[in-house]
Design a binder for this molecule. Structure first.
Ligand code: SF4
Length: 423
């Protein structure tokens, strides 16, 4: 489908009917399931993951059962990483916002010629990275659209002008530039990757990421959230995550809730991630991200997940993956983001003192001092981590080369960021 045709398609009124239908079916039950939830909670064993059946009961728990679910999830977090919530101090580098996909919730992407369409130059990349370095940042998050040159001749021309064959070649060079010229560690997030490209990017970045979002392939149907977003086919994303696992690349993934999926879909998405982690041990972090409405997106009239849905999903994530880092972005749950700690997260994700959240620009990150105060009010210390989590550091640092040199210089004795401060 051409971009123009796509825009017309988005404005047809009944398109998101399927999403509204899905939402009516995922309201937590208010009666009749208390005994199922209670017995699922009673069967939780410290440090051991719950079953699919238990997770489905728990994610549907009533408001009456919610406090016990949260307490159980928070206790599981404390067994995994007691006393601390981490975050990564980062700069956000939107290398290009051109993208060949058209996700229904996205405000980041642009077509060539759209206002704000931009591909960063190497000077811009270095300038932002150096400014972040001065503010104590340790992560350079490269976030970009998926293979825009496959759709847009303008991007092919931009790349030719820059001297690169593809967006991924350019990304690799920019990761290498930041790694070589600054103390920041790159964390690329470029969409689907082949096994070869995972290996190439792993040579210039300690970790990388791809949101699985959901295993529900029906969301690629006409009018659904992933209509005209071929890179969001779950099987393709699972293959990238698996290829990273085969190469032992520390990998960040997660789910996006509120895009038309069912509660069972959320559990199945978490189980797919768990299955890959059981086989390869490489999932360093699972992000639970909530859809937020923005003006002018195709899903502008879709309901956002409620606070209760977010808390239930995080708690079930913690209990399905008791020994995996669980993260939720605070800016997408303001002003109540402190409550996410009660559901079992142990990380706030990347927070920038310099650059905006280009994916959700209307939702500013909290000031780091505010984040520290909210975290301490919940009884935890806030600590700065690197883009790669401490438990994955030793294997990377043992390899010779520039990347391990930079990692050893950036990490403290606990594998967290050496640049320690109050927040
Ligand atoms: S969410 Fe990512 S893949 Fe989807 S349109 Fe936006 S930039 Fe492209």
């Amino acid at each position: 489908m051409t971009p123009a045709a796509n825009r017309l398609h988005y404005h047809a009124p009944p398109l998101y009917h399927s999403i509204h239908v899905a939402f009516t079916s995922i309201t937590p039950v208010t009666s009749g399931s208390r005994s199922a939830c209670a017995s699922a909670l009673a069967s939780v064993r410290p440090g051991l993951p719950i079953s699919r059946e238990e997770a489905v009961h728990l994610i549907r728990c009533s408001d009456d059962d919610l406090p016990e679910l949260l307490a159980t999830a928070r206790a599981a977090k404390e067994r995994f990483k007691p006393g601390v919530i981490t975050y990564s101090r980062k700069v956000f580098l939107p290398l290009t916002n051109l993208c060949r996909d058209y996700c229904g919730y996205c405000t980041f992407r642009r077509d060539p010629g759209d206002p704000g369409a931009h591909t960063m130059t190497s000077d811009e990349v270095l300038s932002v990275a150096r400014a972040g370095e001065k503010l104590g940042c340790t992560e350079a998050l490269f976030s970009l659209g998926d293979k825009p040159e496959l759709l847009f001749p303008e991007m092919r021309e931009t790349l030719r002008h820059l001297g690169y064959k593809s967006t991924l070649h350019y990304l690799e060079a920019m990761c290498e530039l930041v790694l070589r010229e600054t103390s920041l560690l790159p964390h690329p997030n470029p969409g689907l990757l082949s096994a070869e490209w995972i290996a190439r990017l792993a040579a210039v970045s300690p970790s990388m990421g791809l949101m699985l979002e959901t295993t529900n392939a029906a969301l690629l149907a006409p009018g659904a959230a992933h209509d005209n977003a071929p890179d969001k086919l779950p099987a393709k994303r699972l293959r990238t995550i698996e290829d990273a696992g085969k190469q032992s690349v520390p990998f960040t993934t997660g789910l996006l809730i509120g895009i038309g999926e069912s509660l069972q879909d959320r559990v199945d998405t978490l189980l797919a991630i768990r299955d890959l982690h059981d086989r390869y041990g490489h999932i360093q972090e699972v992000i639970v991200q909530n859809f937020r409405v923005k003006p002018a997106i195709p899903m502008a009239n879709c309901p956002e997940p409620t606070r209760g849905q977010m808390l239930r999903t995080i708690a079930v994530s913690r209990l399905l993956l008791p020994n995996v880092n669980i993260q939720a972005p605070p800016n997408l749950s303001a002003p109540y983001y402190g409550d996410l700690v009660d559901a079992g997260i142990n990380d706030w994700g990347g927070i920038s003192p310099l650059t905006p959240d280009f994916i959700n620009p209307e939702k500013p990150w909290p000031h780091l001092e505010q984040l520290r105060l909210r975290t301490e009010a919940k009884g935890f210390a806030l600590r700065q981590r690197l883009p790669v989590y401490p438990e994955f550091l030793p294997a990377l640092a043992a390899k010779p080369g520039l990347l391990s040199d930079k990692l050893r210089a950036a990490a403290d004795d606990h594998g967290l960021a050496r640049i320690l401060r109050a927040a």
